[in-house]
Design a protein around this ligand. Structure first.
Ligand code: IPE
Ligand code: IPE
Ligand code: MG
Length: 245
């Protein structure tokens, strides 16, 4: 970090980032799409680290959706290889992460992921900051889909009702929230989507009920700390009403 950190009067408690545009970044340069993912992975490392410098309490990065399996198998393999590479280098980030108060969590359905990836994710989750030392929780959404997540919670509720542990009349919003991967974390306040698309693509459906949105034409591999600053400046000006006046 060379320049001093900008000062924001208000920061989102939970920021969501849809990392989009890797393929188009590569195409523009006549490179294979996998090259875009490689550069995008580097941007993730830089921006997640900057979020911890700023002290944003929760940041969720959308890395691979439940719909992304429909891509060519070579592309899916290349994305999983980048994930393995990131997980494999976790020990080298351990001390810095502890110092920064950076804790990594993986959200999404682990069932369809290779066993070695799930095991590495669990291991890496244990390497970051803990307890009072946590300043920023970074959720990496892998094989994540908002509908799948809600379904997962609904199934859990149905099982508890069937066993007689839960009365249908006692099912509250909190009951549904408690079955989500983000349980215990605040709802997402701001969602950033680069690459010119203006849609959620199944990201944090339940948690985004009152989220603010910020879009940019920048493609994810080109996304910089200054772009994040711009989004956060815009967020500072928002007047959130939550249905009130
Ligand atoms: C985002 O970039 C990465 C993933 C969805 C895994 P894309 O690969 O969607 O890039 P575009 O949208 O094709 O440019
Ligand atoms: C959303 O991007 C998913 C991730 C960034 C992981 P997509 O590129 O998959 O979304 P669509 O298909 O354009 O809606
Ligand atoms: Mg895309």
């Amino acid at each position: 970090m060379s320049s001093p950190l900008p000062d924001f009067s208000v920061l989102p408690k939970h920021l969501g980032i849809i990392m989009d545009g890797n393929g188009r970044w590569a195409k523009k340069r006549g490179l294979p799409r996998t090259e875009g993912h490689k550069r995008g992975a580097q941007t993730f490392e830089d921006i997640s680290s900057y979020c911890a410098d700023l002290g944003i309490p929760y940041v969720t990065f959308y890395a691979f959706s439940t719909e992304n399996w429909s891509r060519p198998p070579e592309e899916v393999s290349a994305i999983m290889a980048l994930l393995r590479d990131y997980l494999g280098r976790a020990e080298s980030r351990k001390e810095e992460n502890k110092k920064k108060g950076f804790a990594l969590r993986f959200i999404g359905n682990p069932d369809d992921l290779d066993e070695d990836i799930v095991a590495a994710e669990k291991h890496v989750e244990g390497l970051g900051a803990t307890g009072e030392g946590i300043r920023t929780v970074v959720n990496m959404a892998i094989n994540y889909g908002g509908r799948q997540e809600i379904l997962h919670s609904v199934r859990d509720i149905a099982r508890r009702v069937r066993s007689g542990e839960l009365d249908p009349g006692d099912i509250s919003e909190d009951t549904v929230s408690s079955g989500l991967y983000t349980y215990g974390q605040p709802d997402v306040d701001l969602i950033i989507r680069p690459s010119g698309e203006q849609r959620l693509s199944n990201f944090l459906l339940w948690q985004s009920a009152y989220a603010e949105f910020w879009y940019s034409d920048v493609l994810w591999p080109d996304f910089t700390e200054r772009d994040l600053d711009e989004a956060l400046r815009s967020y500072e000006q928002r007047h959130r009403r939550f249905g009130g006046v």
